[in-house]
Write a protein that binds this ligand. Structure first.
Ligand SMILES: Cc1cc2nc3c(=O)[nH]c(=O)nc-3n(C[C@H](O)[C@H](O)[C@H](O)COP(=O)(O)OP(=O)(O)OC[C@H]3O[C@@H](n4cnc5c(N)ncnc54)[C@H](O)[C@@H]3O)c2cc1C
Length: 402
């Protein structure tokens, strides 16, 4: 038996860290390169669906994540002016019974901390302040060029996000396209809100060309919100601190009272320009492969970008550690196993954008019929989520220990 493969990973976000854990826990040697000078995530929430939880449970991190998170009782779509529920989908208990795992809302920083610790404990070599800049293929290894020098390994994973340098090297430079929508996110201490402002649900108010999501984090201590609406002007794809709260409050000033209460209590929000990217022709090149947002950035209207990165990570490890073919073939097998699913979820996310932001008479009528039908036939409504939430890649793609 040869020595275990050495895998280089560019990017220490949720995708890069989960890939590092999946590979290292099954015997690979892993070196991860993150360009930031410390690990961290922005101060906002993340929804973790059952398909993502399946992988996190397989790492043995499920209970820790559950303890740090909040499990909503239901998902409620609401009218933006009156708050009247348009569709209520039971989540707590129901998702676990249907999919084997629940649906959790977690602070990004809490999840990131758990993943960094798990990567460290699994023996991953973590390198901060290393900006990945490109790679070169050799006959029996690949080298990664970073701001601090060159590193070689058996394979390279580009998990460096929507503006991936590894993708630019692989496929040429292609800028993600600004969709005309921006997302504002922030958190508010629950005790800063009038008592009973928010039911213990994932609440989603739908208005013309806008929607507003609010849910609890950290066992109910914090309320997280995401407000998405049209905004012509945009100059960058990165989070900016100090987003203008006056602009944000004005955009939702006539909305249902809890929306206004949350925005009035919020002191600081982050702003993100939502970009889209057509499906890439290819995610691999010899010994290099892309993963997560670097491979398939998606709009947040299905809350699946991180979940898809987590699934990618597991499947990539299962193929890389299969040992039955040259590395380039194993990476192509990873792409073959993931491409259709990730593209399907990108499409669902785009379609949800139209549903959530319906504004003309036809769009509103279609949505009303769809929501009414779903209310009358809840089992059928639930089953619509099965293709996304009902997949457990840890069962379909077991990983061999090397
Ligand atoms: C408003 C909004 C809400 C969302 N809500 C959800 C949700 O509820 N649930 C969900 O599943 N998904 C959600 N997503 C999507 C999710 O945030 C992303 O899909 C996910 O973070 C992608 O993870 P990643 O690791 O692929 O990329 P990233 O999180 O972007 O991580 C990339 C990492 O690589 C580093 N990096 C970048 N360039 C380099 C380089 N050259 N060299 C080295 N390191 C580099 C970065 O610093 C970063 O640490 C949401 C997205 C948005 C915009």
């Amino acid at each position: 038996m040869g020595s275990p493969p050495h895998i280089l990973i560019a990017g220490g976000g949720i995708g890069g860290l989960t890939a590092a854990i999946a590979l290292a826990r099954h015997g690979a040697r892993v070196s991860l390169f993150e360009r930031a000078s410390e690990f961290g995530e922005i101060g906002a929430g993340l929804q973790l669906s059952p398909n993502a939880m399946a992988v996190l449970y397989a790492f043995g991190l499920g209970d820790e994540i559950k303890a740090a998170a909040f499990e909503p009782e239901a998902g409620i779509l609401r009218d933006y002016l009156t708050g009247k529920p348009l569709l209520t989908t039971k989540m707590r208990g129901a998702y676990e019974a249907r999919y084997g795992h629940g649906y959790y809302n977690i602070h990004r920083a809490d999840l990131h901390d758990i993943l960094v610790k798990a990567a460290r404990d699994s023996g991953v070599a973590l390198h901060l302040d290393h900006d990945a800049q490109g790679y070169a293929q050799r006959s029996d290894f690949i080298s990664l060029q970073t701001s601090q020098g060159e590193y070689s390994g058996d394979a390279l994973v580009g998990a460096d996000g929507i503006k991936s340098a590894i993708r630019a090297k692989m496929l040429g430079h292609s800028e993600p396209r600004y969709t005309g929508f921006c997302a504002w996110r922030g958190t508010v201490a629950t005790n800063a809100l009038p008592e009973g402002t928010l039911p213990k649900a994932a609440n989603n108010w739908l208005g013309p060309d806008k929607h507003f999501v609010a849910y609890y984090l950290r066992g109910g201590e914090l309320v997280n919100f995401v407000a998405i609406h049209k905004r012509e002007a945009w100059s960058d794809e990165y989070w900016t601190q100090d987003a203008d709260m006056t602009e944000l409050r004005a955009a939702y000033q006539d909305w249902d009272a809890p929306v206004c209460d949350i925005l009035n209590a919020c002191k600081q929000s982050y702003l993100w320009g939502l970009s889209d990217h057509p499906a890439l022709p290819n995610w691999t090149d010899g010994r290099a492969a892309l993963l997560g947002d670097a491979a398939h950035p998606m709009l947040p209207f299905m809350a699946q970008g991180a979940a898809m990165a987590i699934e990618d990570a597991w499947v990539l490890a299962s193929k890389v550690l299969s040992r039955d073919a040259p590395m380039a073939f194993r990476l192509r097998a990873y792409q073959a196993a993931r491409y259709q699913r990730a593209t399907m979820v990108q499409d669902i996310s785009r379609n949800n954008a139209k549903l959530y932001h319906a504004h003309d008479a036809i769009g509103l009528a279609k949505r009303a019929v769809m929501l009414k039908t779903a209310s009358l036939f809840p089992a059928a409504a639930h089953s619509k989520f099965d293709p996304v939430f009902g997949v457990d890649v840890t069962k379909s793609h077991p990983i061999c220990q090397v």
